[in-house]
Design a binder for this molecule. Sequence first.
Ligand code: C5P
Length: 396
Amino acid sequence: MLAGKHITLIISGGIAAYKALDLIRKLRGAGARVTPVLTRGGAEFITPLSVAALAGEQVYQDLFDLKDEAEMGHIQLSRAADLLVVAPATADIMAKMAGGHADDLATTLLLATDKPVLLAPAMNVRMWEHAATQRNLAQLRADGIAITGPASGDMACGEYGPGRMAEPADILDAIAAMLGPKPLKGKRILVTSGPTHEPIDPVRYIANRSSGAQGTAIASALRDLGAEIIFVTGPASVPAPAGVRLVPVQTAREMLQATLAALPVDAAVMAAAVADWRVENDFAQKIKKTAQGTPELHFSENPDILKTVSAHEMRPALVIGFAAETENVVANATAKRARKGCDWIVANDVSPATGIMGGAENAVHLVTETGVEDWPRQHKTGVARELAARIARALT
Ligand code: C5P
């Protein structure tokens, strides 16, 4: 998976440093070469000897180690690898990076590098949530640094919440995504995601249970394959992916406008759960309880964005719709593909018993011109990766 790739792994000082040893094993198992750098804090948690033994390479620790400078200067060290990974990344190293400090070997390499950088933050939940860390995180993202994790869970300090370092297997996935092939480079892809909110009055709206998780995962997977992503999203409950052109909308009509404005694109993946109806007589003021009884809402049909795009004069080469069904999933999806005029339909059963709507997993059927494929139930990121790979094959 990573044969011929060279990674500089910076291990900073946190209890999660022990997981870096497993990460080194996994990276080497995937064929990568690992040059380890251990900060002073990192060396308080794991020994240079164990790092060197697992990496099969010398550990770099000190900026002013003249012997190392003679062998490989710090500028060269910062650029020799294909990727710099900081795992664990402490609040302190993130703050230093955000501020452009270079007061030890690790921070100097991170400032001098011309290669992509991936951080796997790990810290106490309060430290993670602190305004200063969140400010630094936003700055690092804006600087183009990739971030994986942190995960939520029990922490070594006895607290619970976000701050646990991503598991080595997940960090490996993130590295593979960054260094893997980019078959979609140069392609523009539109992804719609999330629910829409249709106003009843200035404070109330009609919505649905879509979290935006599947659309977000698809956008991330397509981005990882090198595509430029225009991400048109309703008010989702999961954060939007990094590294995409984000277009937030509220209503179906706004989503249609944003979608048409994004054309031309090479492919459109319409994963949004668009409200079929809007309230025609939405009220300009907040509706009050009155003696006259309950208010009457009149509905009118929203524009069908998928159908509009499928019939558009700038129709993308590949248009993919979704079908969230609660019965006769495949039959309904097959009929929907014809009715909407799209190329593929990704169909799933969203009856409450499946736990799919708003959940982490999805079991989908891919309906194409040639037939129906039943994919195994898996995490939404797995569905996304498989779909992205299929899109790459169709477009290239
Ligand atoms: O008709 P239905 O809502 O089941 O179709 C689902 C598919 O159609 C999804 O891909 C969704 O994004 C799209 N859709 C749309 N505009 C609507 C309703 C659904 O684009 N008004």
